[in-house]
Design a protein around this ligand. Structure first.
Ligand code: FAD
Ligand code: NAI
Length: 464
């Protein structure tokens, strides 16, 4: 049993943990990262962002090829068929390349990978399998896992979580998705495009909690147009599985007469919870928030000196890029530098068709803080979107009525995920709507819609 001593020990190798470990090593700190999975990269690379985007991309290609979407451009494709095994294989290849890439980066930066589950022994000691290691600084980056729905057992065959839904061996005839959030809509889109009927059961009166109200309404309209059945204000009271089929009992959230939905697969996607089980945080004396996250201050310090926390296990949005930025900042703080993450400017993207993205405040939240001006521009009036025949959606810029400073930007558009980066950088630099309006945007691009929405804040767009 060897005792190793590190300057920094990171528990978890997701986007938070692996980035923290690499940055710490770059800053000259002797660093190790504990990971219990077979491969590095955490939820995001193994069973999250990457495999879901691989299937979203492939399923979109399939839908376009098989539903004649290219015909109007003069491209006739006949008899496109689905080879689901190949689709899964290509997804697995992307995952393997990217997780292998992190292993390469660890070697390049001399980060030691300690394989196994980490468990605190005391505030500076962690047990990993048979090994006990000590470190001056320990970063908890253990991520999150699926929130279970009481009474609904996930068997990963008929009733699946997101991991199971990324690996279904055949296209279900009817997929019932419990939860109209990001996972439900992205993975629902995958299986819808591949041929399933998809019903989304959402407890609240609207899908996509946390997004701007107008964006939520427009998105629901577009998903319905695509053939999704959205059952909002509806709760699931039970799921029974028999003979490879599920019966999903639902009733109005406010109570009333229920119904039973028959499904070939059920996806439970009602949120995620921080991974703290088995870490033995009590041994280190680390405090939690009332929501079960590791409590931290502005600099990612827990209540115990030398113990830090970042990513999904800590408060804030559960997003890979938020975890990554916190990973860089925590390593810089440990090294005595000033690591900062601006949590007011974290973009969110839903990678559906069209994409849905936002950064900063919703119109509702902005109005609670004071007077705002709002500029909107429809993608229908954007020349590139019109040319490409992808005119669904709009861009919306919310600015402070007095200072004109941009408080939030929301985009529903085929390229919303790419377009939102410009809004984030503008907001990070404290831009006004006028700054965006007077910035020259290349023509013809979807990004011009952001410029026009900014111009609309003062009522002066050109193309509507
Ligand atoms: P994680 O990525 O969860 O990594 C934590 C790691 O710690 C895991 O590998 C785990 O095995 C390990 N671990 C836990 N406990 C221990 C222990 N005791 N000892 C050793 N190792 C341990 N976010 C986006 O920004 N964009 C997306 O497109 C996106 N798509 C997603 C799609 C799906 C289906 C899901 C489920 C999530 C998606 N997310 C997306 C969210 C994103 O995956 C998370 O926000 C991100 O992975 C959080 O990073 P993290 O480093 O905090 O934790
Ligand atoms: P979510 O919080 O986005 O959505 C969960 C939905 O389930 C909510 O609309 C909620 O009202 C609903 N719900 C909760 N309990 C319910 C019940 N009993 N019955 C019916 N509906 C219920 O969570 P989701 O989709 O599970 O995703 C988890 C996290 O993963 C997200 O918060 C997101 O941060 C991250 N993620 C990010 C992606 C991206 O950035 N593109 C993609 C996928 C996940």
């Amino acid at each position: 049993m060897a005792d190793d001593n590190f300057d920094v020990l990171v528990i978890g190798s997701g986007p938070g943990g692996y980035v923290a470990a690499i940055r710490a090593a770059q800053l000259g700190l002797n660093t190790a990262c504990v990971e219990s999975r077979e491969t590095l990269g955490g939820t995001c690379l193994n069973v999250g962002c990457i495999p879901s985007k691989a299937l979203l991309h492939a399923s979109e290609l399939f839908e376009e090829a098989s539903h004649g979407a290219f015909a109007k451009f003069g491209i006739d494709i006949q008899g496109a068929t689905l080879n689901l095994d190949q689709m899964h294989a290509e997804k697995a290849k992307a995952v393997k390349e990217l997780t292998g890439g992190i292993e390469f980066l660890f070697k390049k930066n001399k980060v030691t990978w300690l394989k196994g589950r980490g468990e605190f022994v005391d505030a500076h000691t962690v047990k990993v399998g048979e090994q006990t290691v000590t470190a001056k600084n320990i970063v908890i980056a253990t991520g999150s896992s699926v929130t279970p729905l009481p009474g609904v057992e996930i068997d990963q065959a008929v009733v699946v979580d997101s991991t199971g839904a990324l690996a279904l061996p055949k296209v279900p005839e009817h997929l019932v998705v419990i939860g109209g959030g990001v996972i439900g809509l992205e993975l629902g889109s995958v299986w819808k495009r591949l041929g399933a009927k998809v019903t989304v059961v959402e407890y609240l009166d609207q899908i996509l909690p946390g997004f701007d109200g107008e964006v939520r309404r427009e998105s629901a309209k577009l998903f319905k147009k695509q053939g999704f059945e959205l059952k909002t204000s509806t709760k699931v009271t039970g799921v029974t599985v028999q003979g490879g089929k599920a019966s999903v009992q639902v009733e109005p959230a406010a109570g009333g007469e229920g119904e039973t939905l028959q499904a070939d697969a059920v996806l439970v996607a009602i949120g995620r919870k921080p991974n703290i089980d088995g870490l033995n945080l009590e041994a280190a004396g680390v405090k939690l928030t009332e929501r079960g996250q590791v409590a931290i201050d502005h600099d990612f310090r827990t209540n115990i000196d030398g113990i830090w926390a970042i990513g999904d296990v800590a408060p804030g949005l559960m997003l890979a890029h938020k975890a990554e930025d916190e990973g860089i900042a925590v390593a810089e703080n440990i090294a005595g530098q000033t690591g900062i993450v601006n949590h007011d400017v974290i973009p969110s993207v839903v990678y559906t068709t069209p994409e849905i993205a936002g950064v900063g405040l919703t119109e509702e939240a902005a109005k609670e803080r004071g007077d705002v001006k709002v500029g909107k521009f429809p993608m229908m009036a954007n020349s590139r979107a019109k040319t490409n025949r992808d005119t669904d959606g709009f861009v919306k810029v919310i600015a402070d009525a007095k200072t004109d400073r941009v408080l939030g930007v929301w985009v529903v558009a085929s390229l919303a995920g790419t377009m939102i980066a410009e809004a984030a950088i503008a907001m990070e630099f404290g831009a006004t709507s006028e700054d965006i309006a007077y910035t020259c945007h290349a023509h013809p691009t979807h990004a011009e819609a952001l410029k026009e929405a900014a111009m609309a804040v003062t009522g002066k767009p050109i193309h509507i």
